[in-house]
Write a protein that binds this ligand. Structure first.
Ligand SMILES: Cc1cc2nc3c(=O)[nH]c(=O)nc-3n(C[C@H](O)[C@H](O)[C@H](O)COP(=O)(O)OP(=O)(O)OC[C@H]3O[C@@H](n4cnc5c(N)ncnc54)[C@H](O)[C@@H]3O)c2cc1C
Length: 498
């Protein structure tokens, strides 16, 4: 029997085990996870902080009915490549035929006085947010936290700031870069976003770095200070590569893998936030899950290579509508750029086009156009001649509640790459509620921002079925209309996820 050991029980390791459970039922799959918790969806942690979800609601479904063994609280401490065993912290040895490193990443903690203790861990009153245990620690500190500083104005820092603001806390964000989210946004978009957040009560300080924390105050590099009963650090992540490095595997920023997620040792594979593919460590859930698909196939005799995932970054913050599609910020040589800005109303849009096709977009305050722009990007289809109409959400037919007009290949859940076609197939196979569709197709189980769209498709199918029953038209004909020409198609709102 093929023994497959997976080190790491995060979303990537969990998804791989789940795929192997069904595709390689004769393999003995062992997942060794450092955390004591069952596998959970880390993406949902901001919703735990805002109080929208309980920790248990982030748990990923267990591996029922297969030969998967999960050992929790079992950190892998070493790999013996010659004997093909891994050792866990309790001293046990686990033999493998194939080893998968899914050890993810951890928060980067700037080593500043008052921020970290002698052991390099967060000091009292400081939280770096990566795990459910971190959320619990934050929860314990919140009642005593009159003033909160979030260190880092990237996507996660801003989401956490908004979640804490939602709970009535005064929040300052300190960000070293010239503007917030500079990895994804150009300067005008960053400034407009900061103004939107300021209007929502979050104070943004850009171009400032923390110097130290003392007596409940955070000192900044310009000599100023902010009250900081609590500091939440969101200053980037570091892939967990130590095991691989100690075992002599090739490591760059992450554990270097080829198109089949193989490391420099063909018996050892890596995926998710710890893996570096084509020089990139995406640090996002959709690539991690797509890599799990690739690796499950490779481990069961398939040969589908992984190519970079097309990413869409969405800020999960109440009353802020921001989507970054593809290379939002990057200077794209030779690209035609279309911008539309109304900073006073918190709106900024930027489309980068090459050969009439979208290669990147920033959409802040343009919710009506996000789905259409992302569909054009996904399909690599030419944009309508009237780009401003596209940005204004008018380049599509007037019906706004018509999932039926969505192309079958439109990706509804980006985290799990679930198309409308797959949802319709799931519904026809008997999954008649959004929850059942989530179970059978996995749509909406990633960051959850497509839940409204899945619900809309479910309602549309149910209504079509009822109408078909009422008029005695064969159901298949009633709810499978031919797709109209692309430019007349009305996309669903909320189609995108980060
Ligand atoms: C608060 C937050 C919000 C996020 N929001 C989004 C979002 O909206 N969209 C998005 O795409 N991405 C988001 N991300 C990123 C996303 O969560 C990651 O891309 C995803 O979790 C990667 O999964 P992974 O399994 O590769 O790594 P991880 O989730 O890091 O899991 C790795 C697991 O391996 C374990 N491990 C580490 N070392 C060992 C060892 N030696 N032995 C055994 N186990 C070990 C760790 O304890 C952990 O449980 C967010 C991340 C955070 C922290």
């Amino acid at each position: 029997m093929n023994r497959i050991v997976i080190a790491g029980n995060g979303p990537a390791g969990h998804r791989l085990a789940e795929l192997l459970r069904t595709r390689a039922p004769r393999a003995a799959v062992t997942v060794l996870g450092a955390e004591a918790e069952p596998a959970y969806n880390r993406v949902l942690l901001p919703s735990v902080i805002s109080g929208k979800l309980s920790p248990e609601q982030t748990y990923l479904a267990g591996h029922e009915g297969g030969a998967v063994t999960v050992r929790r609280g079992a950190a892998v401490t070493g790999i013996d490549r010659e004997r093909r065993t891994v050792r866990t912290a309790d001293g046990l040895l686990h033999p493998y035929d194939e080893l998968v490193l899914a050890t993810g990443a951890r928060c980067f903690l700037p080593p500043l006085p008052g921020l970290t203790g002698a052991d390099g861990e967060p000091a009292d009153g400081v939280v770096a947010l990566r795990t459910l245990a971190d959320c619990r620690r934050l929860e314990d500190l919140l009642p005593r936290a009159g003033s909160i500083v979030v260190l880092g104005g990237g996507v996660l820092g801003l989401e956490v700031a908004r979640a804490l603001g939602d709970r009535g806390h005064a929040v300052d964000v300190v960000h070293m870069g010239p503007h917030v989210m500079e990895r994804q946004l150009d300067a005008p978009a960053g400034r407009t976003l900061a103004a939107v957040l300021e209007r929502l009560g979050i104070r943004i300080h850009t171009g400032r770095a923390a110097a130290s924390r003392t007596g409940g105050r955070l000192l900044l590099d310009d000599g100023s200070a902010l009250p900081a009963d609590l500091v939440v650090v969101s200053a980037g992540v570091q892939p967990n590569t130590e095991l691989a490095r100690a075992a002599g595997l090739r490591v760059g920023r992450g554990i270097v893998v080829d198109d089949h997620m193989r490391t420099s040792d063909p018996r050892i594979h890596a995926l998710g936030d710890c893996a570096e593919h084509a020089g990139l460590v995406p640090g996002l859930i959709a690539p991690a899950w797509e890599q799990a698909e690739t690796l499950a196939e490779a481990l069961t005799g398939g040969d589908r290579p992984y190519t970079a995932t097309r990413t869409v970054t969405r800020l999960k913050a109440r009353d802020v509508d921001l989507a970054v599609i593809g290379d939002g910020n990057h200077a794209l040589p030779g690209a035609e750029v279309v911008t539309l800005a109304d900073p006073a109303r918190g709106q900024y849009a930027r489309l980068a086009l090459r050969d009439e096709r979208i290669v990147g977009a920033i959409l802040l305050g343009f919710p009506a156009s996000v789905a259409a722009v992302s569909q054009l990007y996904d399909a690599g289809a030419p944009t309508p001649v009237d780009r401003l109409a596209l940005l204004a959400g008018r380049a599509v037919a007037a019906r706004t509640d018509a999932p039926g007009d969505l192309p079958a290949e439109a990706v509804v859940c980006r985290c799990n790459n679930v198309t409308k076609r797959a949802l319709v197939a799931g519904w026809r196979a008997g999954a008649r509620t959004p929850e059942a569709l989530a179970r059978t197709t996995r749509a909406s189980t990633g960051c959850g921002s497509c839940a409204g769209a899945v619900d809309g498709i479910c309602r549309w199918l149910s209504a079509a079925r009822e109408a078909a029953d009422a008029s005695a038209v064969p159901a298949g004909e009633a709810f499978a209309p031919a797709a109209p020409p692309r430019q007349e198609q009305q996309p669903l709102p909320e189609l995108l996820t980060r």
